[in-house]
Structure formats: C-alpha cells, structure tokens
Write a protein that binds this ligand. Structure first.
Ligand code: ZN
Length: 411
C-alpha cells in the first residue's frame, strides 16, 4: 500500500519551528509495509515516508508507536498520524478515496488481521516519478504521444490533443472530473457524444477544424449548460444548431465561423452573458432578431449572403390564444419555474420553449413570424458585417401582434 500525497512533517519537540499556519506539505509517497522476509505480524509493520529529497525514506514503527490518528477531515482527504518516537506528526493531504483506503489498511494492520494478506509495500526506495506532482496539464501534438494503453492522469485540468486524427471524444476523456479546458482542434471528429453534457466542470471547449456535421439537442443540457463559457465550433460542417443552445447560461464566447449554417437558433437571444459571437463565412440568410436582447462586445458575421426578403413569413395569430398558452405566459412573466414534480413533464418542456416579442411580451404559438431589418450597431459595439457602411441585416422576429409587426418592420 503506497499513496501519492502531500505530507507536512511536524516535529513536536521543536515547537518554535511550527509557528505560523502557512506551511504547506511536500509532495510525498506514503506507504505501509514490512521488510521482505520479516515475521507477518504487527511488530514488523512500518509507515514509510519518501520525498524527492529522501527517496530511501523515513520508516516509522507502527506497533505501540502511534499515539493517535486524527481523522476528522478524512472526507476531504486530510488526516494526521501522531507518532511517539520520533515525536513527529505527519499531516497528510491526499485524494479522499486513497486516504480512506490507507487508513483502512493501517487499521487492519494494527489489529493484526491477516497481515500476510494485506496489500503492503516492501519498503524499497521509491522512484522519482512517484513523488512528482500530479499532472494538471497535458498537451499532445502527435499520434505517438497519444496514450493508448495508459490512462489520462485523473488530475488533469487542461487537455489539448491536436493533429492526431482523433475520430471521437473518448469516454476516458469525458470521465476526467477536474477537466475545465478541452481542446481537440485539428482532428477528424464527426459526432459529439451526448454524454459530454455530463462533464463535471468543463469551462472551455475547442473543437475547431474537425468534421462535425450535426449536434444533438441533448448536448447543451445537463451539467455543461451551467459551466461552459467558451465554445469553439468553427471550421466544421455544421448545418444546424439545436434550440437548446439557449440553455448554455454561462456562455461568454461562441465561435461558429466556417460552417454551413443557414440560420442561427432563436434561443441565441437567451444567452445574456454572451460577449463575443463570430459566425463569419457561413450561409446565413438572416439572423435571429432575439440578438437585440444581447449587448455584445464584438460580433463578426462577415461573408454570409443575408438574402431573406423582408415581410411576414407566417401569421399564427388565429383568434383567442389557448388556455395553455395564456397560463404558460403568466407563469414565465411571474418567474414561476414549476418542475416535473409539480406538473406533467411535457408541460415543463412546453413552458421552457417560450418566445419573446421585440416589445418584451412572452408568446407561444400565437405569434407572427416576420423578417425585419435589425440594426446590429445596437447589438454589438465592435461589428464586422459586409463593408464598413453596412450596419443592418435581415432578422427573423417573433412578434406578438399585428401592431408590433407594423411598429418593428418600419424601424
Ligand atoms: Zn409585441
């Protein structure tokens, strides 16, 4: 049994050296073991502490030598072992699961239970790699460097895999619980697995220069919808983006350049934290008018045809709206968020699919869909559109009434 951890050795006989709380531990390897050939009972048991400076390590006798083990914070991976001789306290910080396993082995050893069967260290000096700090960043830029038989370090926070002809996002990448930045630019990925939406704390996702053709609507739900701040899908073959894009509440930057998008989802207007949007060199015939809800710092939609004719596309206002629509509108306006525990699940979904007229009113089925002129100078302070004089583009708007259509089609 040997674990990789941080250990602070505190000598109780030198209290003056222990002043101040700012001292941090040293990256160490902590083992429980016995020397090969020794008697398989507790008297031969040692705790073995090795560091990069001391690979031979210090051996602490276990039998009748442990004064106390402090385990109050073991759930966070922290514990302290107090030895009688030498008068040392080993303050340990490790992965919580490893910390518990270590203490469990120590307990069984002290109780003298089946020591021969316990997974024990042979107290041999350690290698340099066993006391290196766990890797948090990994950059792979060629096929040879890509690990096939070994796992990715579970401690990774940033992973960059470029130019290795990767054709899918592997399960073992999605399972990295500490990963907050994933860059898979310049590969040949065609599809993104839905499971990616369960990645724990992903903030930056770069997927530029791949072969992605479509994106599942489930991808933008789950945990990802709360954590993702930067999404780069530029230079792929995407034709369509799902309306669930509007659920990426934390998104600040979205790059969609060099795809074959004809339209952007109306829900884009729900991304109120968005500051940077690029969708140049697509096939956009219009923009969603909901963009007028946003205040972007920069927007680049250069190289799109913007050819949609102005006017009404569809008039869905037929008499009085349904009771379901009236009740849902009230719900959204009053900020009520019923869950599947309160109302049928299909109604929850219906509720979330609200649309907003440019006047601010919430609407569902009863609305006019029309192409109007949108002044993009009001949306973004830095704008790249066509030429320097062009500041407007056709935009598809949801309008709550004929009155609103008359008003907004003029401006
Ligand atoms: Zn309106």
């Amino acid at each position: 049994m040997r674990i990789s951890c941080e250990v602070l050795v505190s000598n109780r006989k030198l209290p003056s050296l222990n002043l101040g709380n700012k001292r941090t531990g040293t990256q160490s390897s902590l083992g429980i073991g016995r020397l090969p050939g020794s008697k398989p009972d507790v008297s031969s048991l040692f705790i073995h502490l090795c560091t990069a400076q001391n690979k031979q390590g210090t051996k602490y006798k276990v039998v009748e030598n442990i004064e106390r083990v402090f385990t109050k914070y073991v759930a966070e991976g922290k514990f302290t072992i107090r030895f009688k001789e030498p008068a040392h306290d080993l303050c340990v910080k490790a992965d919580p699961v490893l910390a518990k396993t270590f203490l469990q082995t120590l307990k069984l050893g002290i109780q003298n239970k089946d020591i021969a069967k316990l997974h024990l260290s042979n107290l041999a000096p350690i290698k340099q790699s066993q006391v290196e700090k766990p890797k948090t960043k990994l950059v792979i830029e060629s096929k040879q460097e890509y690990p096939i038989t070994t796992a990715f370090p579970y401690t990774l926070e940033s992973l960059k895999v470029n130019n290795v002809q990767l054709n899918r996002v592997e399960n073992r990448i999605m399972k990295l619980k500490k990963l907050h930045s994933l860059n898979l630019n310049h590969n040949i990925i065609k599809e993104l697995p839905t499971k990616m939406n369960e990645m724990h704390c992903l903030v930056n996702l770069h997927l530029s220069f791949n072969n992605i053709t479509c994106i599942s609507h489930q991808l933008f739900s789950g945990r990802l919808s709360h954590t993702l701040q930067m999404l780069d899908l530029s230079n792929n073959k995407i034709e369509y983006l799902p309306h669930t894009l509007g659920q990426l509440h934390s998104l600040v930057s979205l790059k969609l350049d060099g795809n074959i998008l004809h339209k952007l989802p109306i829900s884009l207007g729900k991304l109120t934290r968005l500051k940077y949007l690029t969708a140049s060199k697509n096939k956009l015939v219009e923009l969603p008018a909901t963009l007028s809800n946003l205040r972007l710092e920069s927007m680049d939609v250069f190289g799109n045809p913007f050819s949609s004719p102005l006017g009404i596309v569809r008039n869905n206002i037929k008499g009085v709206p349904s009771l379901k629509e009236i009740a849902s509108t009230q719900c959204v306006q009053r900020g009520l968020c019923p869950t599947a525990a309160d109302i049928p699940a299909t109604l929850v979904e219906y509720l979330q699919a609200w649309l907003k007229c440019l006047c601010g009113k919430i609407c569902y089925e009863s609305h006019i869909l029309a192409c109007i002129t949108l002044n993009l100078q009001l949306v973004a302070s830095g704008l790249v559109l066509g030429n320097v004089f062009q500041t407007t583009a056709p935009a598809l708007a949801t309008l709550c009434s004929q009155k609103c259509f008359d008003k907004f089609s003029k401006t």
